[in-house]
Design a protein around this ligand. Structure first.
Ligand code: PLP
Length: 402
C-alpha cells in the first residue's frame, strides 16, 4: 500500500542540535485552550519560572524573559549593555561566535574578532593579550559562546573570567549558553559570568519561542548607565515586572509557559547534576562509536580532543558528499534526521556535503542514542562508506558499564 521504505514506519527522530526532542509531558502541558492572561494560574506559573531558571543557570542574579529565539537573546543582551560605538571582543570558535559578533555590529558596535578556527577552543592567553593591549579599556564586553553548535567546540568560560581578572579589565563577560544550558555543566556565578543568554528549544526541551537573558548586579550597573535602551529589549521591567504583561512587554507566550513549567519540573526531578552526567555519558558513547568508525578517508570527529567537545552536539566530517548522502539515507530509510554541517563550508561548495552533526541535547536517553548510532551504522553500510567495525559494541559498553 505504501512506497515508504520498509524500516521507515514508526516514530521519527529529530537528532539535530536544536530544536531538540520535546518530551510528551511538555507537549501535553501545552495542549490546552487559551488561558486567562489577567488572573489565575498563568500569573503564578510565570513567577515560579524565575527561581527555577536561575537554579538551572546556577545564579543568584536576575533573569529577563523574551518571546524570541536565540538571536533575540543575543540582541537583548547587547541592547542593554552596548551602545553604538562601543567595542566588543569576540573570541570565535565557529559560526555562532561570528553570528553574535554580527549582531553586535548591527547595533553599531565595533567588533574585534579573534578567530580560533572551527576545531579548537578559545585560547584564554590570547584573549588576555588582547585585553592587556586595550589600555584605554575601550572593550566593553567579551562575547563568548560556551558551546559553538556549528563546530561542537566547548569553551572554558571560567578561563575567560581569569583572563579578565588577571588583566584587571572591567569588560563584561557574556556567555552564549543556547546550546549548553541544561546539557553541559555551566555555573554562571561560580565562573564569574556577568551576562548569559539562552533559548528554550535546546537543553530546555520546549518548542522554539522563548529566550532568556541572565545578568548580575555588575551588568545591571552597566545597563543603568546606558543613555538609551529600546523599550522592547530593556531587561529592567522584564526582570522586575510591576504588572504581569511587563515580563514580555505585551502578551505572554501562554502555552510556552506551561511547557517550560513542565520541562523545568523534569529537570529538577532529575537533578541538574544528573542531567549533566547523563549528557556526558551519552556523549562518550557517541564519541566512542565515532572513534571506531574512523578510518583514513572516512569519518572524523571535528574536535580531536574530547576535553573540548560539547556533550550536547557532535560535529563530524566525512569525505564529501558522504555527509549529505548519509543524512539523506537515514532520514529516508529510518525516519532519523541528522543535523547539517553549519558554517563549515560555504553553501554551494561541494565540500559542504562532507559535514554533518548529531544533536544529543535535552530529552535524550540511552536507547535513543544507541538507536541513533545503529542508524548511522546502517547508513554507512548501505552507502559503502568506509568505516571501522565494533562501534556499536563499544558504545553499548560505555552505557552498559556505568
Ligand atoms: C541555536 C543557537 C543560536 C541561535 O539560536 P536561534 O534560536 O536559532 O536564533 C545561537 N547560539 C548558539 C550557541 C546556538 O546553539
Amino acid at each position: 500500500m505504501t512506497t515508504r521504505p520498509i524500516a521507515r514506519h514508526g516514530r521519527d527522530y529529530l537528532a539535530i542540535p536544536g530544536p531538540s526532542v520535546m518530551p510528551d509531558a511538555v507537549l501535553q502541558a501545552m495542549h490546552r485552550g487559551a488561558p486567562n492572561i489577567y488572573a489565575g494560574e498563568l500569573i503564578d506559573i510565570a513567577a515560579s519560572l524565575v527561581p527555577d531558571l536561575k537554579a538551572v543557570a546556577r545564579t543568584a542574579g536576575h533573569v529577563a524573559m523574551y518571546i524570541g529565539n536565540g538571536h533575540a537573546a543575543w540582541e537583548a543582551a547587547l541592547a542593554n549593555t552596548i551602545a553604538p560605538g562601543d567595542t566588543v571582543l569576540v573570541p570565535a570558535t565557529g559560526r555562532f561566535g561570528h553570528g553574535w559578533a554580527d549582531m553586535a555590529e548591527g547595533l553599531g558596535a565595533e567588533t574585534r574578532i579573534i578567530d580560533f578556527g572551527k576545531r579548537t577552543p578559545i585560547d584564554a592567553a590570547r584573549v588576555a593579550d588582547a585585553l592587556r593591549a586595550d589600555t584605554g579599556h575601550k572593550i566593553k564586553a567579551v562575547l563568548a559562546v560556551h558551546v559553538d553548535t556549528s563546530s561542537s567546540v566547548r569553551n572554558d568560560i571560567a578561563g575567560l573570567r581569569a583572563a579578565l581578572d588577571d588583566t584587571n579589565h572591567p569588560a563584561l563577560l557574556m556567555a552564549d549558553c543556547i546550546a549548553s544550558l541544561g546539557c553541559d555543566r555551566f555555573e554562571m556565578d561560580a565562573w564569574g559570568v556577568d551576562v548569559m543568554v539562552t533559548g528554550c528549544q535546546k537543553g530546555l526541551m520546549v518548542p522554539p519561542g522563548m529566550a532568556f537573558v541572565f545578568f548580575n548586579d555588575k551588568a545591571a550597573g552597566v545597563r543603568a548607565k546606558m543613555d538609551r535602551v529600546s523599550r522592547y529589549w530593556d531587561w529592567v521591567p522584564r526582570a522586575n515586572p510591576e504588572e504581569f504583561f511587563m515580563y514580555w512587554n505585551g502578551t505572554a507566550p501562554t502555552h510556552h509557559l506551561y511547557g517550560l513549567r513542565t520541562a523545568l519540573d523534569m529537570i529538577h526531578a532529575e537533578g541538574i547534576e544528573n542531567v549533566w552526567h547523563r549528557h556526558d555519558l551519552l556523549a562518550r558513547a557517541i564519541w566512542t562509536a565515532c572513534a571506531h568508525w574512523s578510518v583514513p578517508g572516512g569519518l572524523e570527529l571535528n574536535v580531536a580532543d574530547a576535553a573540548h567537545r560539547s556533550t550536547a552536539v557532535t560535529a563530524l566530517r566525512l569525505p564529501a558528499p558522504y555527509g549529505s548522502a548519509l543524512r539523506d539515507w537515514v532520514e529516508t530509510h529510518l525516519g532519523l534526521t541528522l543535523g547539517i554541517g553549519l558554517g563549515m563550508a560555504p553553501p554551494g561548495d561541494p565540500a559542504w556535503h562532507g559535514f554533518f552533526r548529531l544533536g544529543h541535547m535535552g530529552h535524550v536517553n540511552g536507547h535513543m542514542v544507541l538507536g541513533l548510532l545503529g542508524g548511522i551504522e546502517a547508513g554507512l553500510t548501505a552507502l559503502d562508506i568506509p568505516h571501522g567495525t565494533g562501534a556499536l559494541d563499544a558504545a553499548a559498553s560505555v552505557i552498559g558499564r556505568v
